[in-house]
Design a protein around this ligand. Structure first.
Ligand SMILES: Cc1cc2nc3c(=O)[nH]c(=O)nc-3n(C[C@H](O)[C@H](O)[C@H](O)COP(=O)(O)OP(=O)(O)OC[C@H]3O[C@@H](n4cnc5c(N)ncnc54)[C@H](O)[C@@H]3O)c2cc1C
Length: 237
């Protein structure tokens, strides 16, 4: 489906963590998309720092079948895009072009899927694993890794832990003493694994900050994973 312009009416605003909020909206006509695709939001000149409209990309965080549609946005100090979205409340209207992107779920059901995210990079994975397409034809095994700095930055833990057949691994770099899960970066977790992981039978989906994706890709190629089995969406470098 080719991307076109939509008028989006905000239905809900919810703070998910101290710095990440969810924005739910409805479009002026049906918006069809696949799990993992994104919307290019128009940040109007008045709201942005410069004198002209800007565009910012946001992965759709909700399943293609769910309405209202949801985004999951990290508030960036003095960031025009995230700052603009953070001002919107129910009833407000913003413009966006969608759907964009080829970062979509494409694992045949005989193979495994491994989703690896940092921060709001979890958004496209939430959309994929809650989609009808995924639930009707799930992978043989599935793992989802989310790397954040502190426990209060974790997103969608309960929901993703409840997806049938999916094992959810939050990993925290600056964990407090009571944290029982993995401590460190997701890349460190994978470095500690050797032959025990089914590298060759798994499709890897990487999303979030550029350095994590670069490091993770190098590691996967070292482990013999075929380039065609690695899919990525870089949010920023
Ligand atoms: C395909 C795609 C999908 C994206 N989806 C999402 C999404 O679902 N949720 C989301 O919050 N962002 C997402 N982003 C990032 C988003 O497009 C903006 O870059 C981000 O909101 C910052 O824009 P800004 O105008 O507020 O700040 P800017 O002034 O443009 O950016 C300031 C700095 O913030 C940092 N930054 C950017 N994005 C993030 C982030 N997500 N987490 C931490 N630091 C960041 C970078 O270092 C950047 O240089 C996506 C980017 C791409 C390319």
């Amino acid at each position: 489906m080719a991307a076109s312009e939509f008028k989006c009416t905000v239905r809900n605003f919810e703070q998910l963590t101290p710095s990440v909020f969810a924005l739910a909206f409805e479009t002026d006509r049906p918006l069809e998309f696949r799990g993992g695709q994104f919307i290019s939001v128009v940040v109007p000149a008045g709201a942005a720092s410069g004198g002209r409209d800007l565009r910012r990309a946001y992965s759709i965080a909700s399943a293609p079948e769910q309405r209202p549609i949801e985004l999951c946005v990290k508030f960036i100090e003095e960031g025009p895009g995230s700052g603009y979205l953070a001002t919107l409340r129910p009833g407000d209207v913003f413009r966006g072009f969608a759907p964009y992107g080829d970062f979509v779920y494409q694992t045949p059901s005989l193979r495994n899927a491994c989703f690896i995210a940092t921060g709001t990079g979890i958004a496209p994975f939430r959309s994929m694993v809650l989609s009808r397409e995924y639930l009707d034809s799930p992978p043989a095994q599935a793992w989802c890794f989310l790397g954040v700095r502190t426990q209060n930055e974790l997103l969608y833990v309960r929901e993703l832990s409840g997806v049938k057949g999916l094992t959810f691994f939050p990993s925290i770099t600056q964990a407090s003493k009571d944290w029982q899960g993995f401590r460190g970066r997701v890349t460190e977790y994978f470095r500690s694994l050797d032959g025990e992981f089914p590298w060759g039978e798994t499709d890897f989906y990487l999303c979030g900050n550029g350095p994590m994706i670069t490091e993770m890709k190098e590691l996967l190629l070292e482990r013999g994973v075929d380039k065609k089995s690695i899919h990525q969406e870089i949010y920023y470098r």
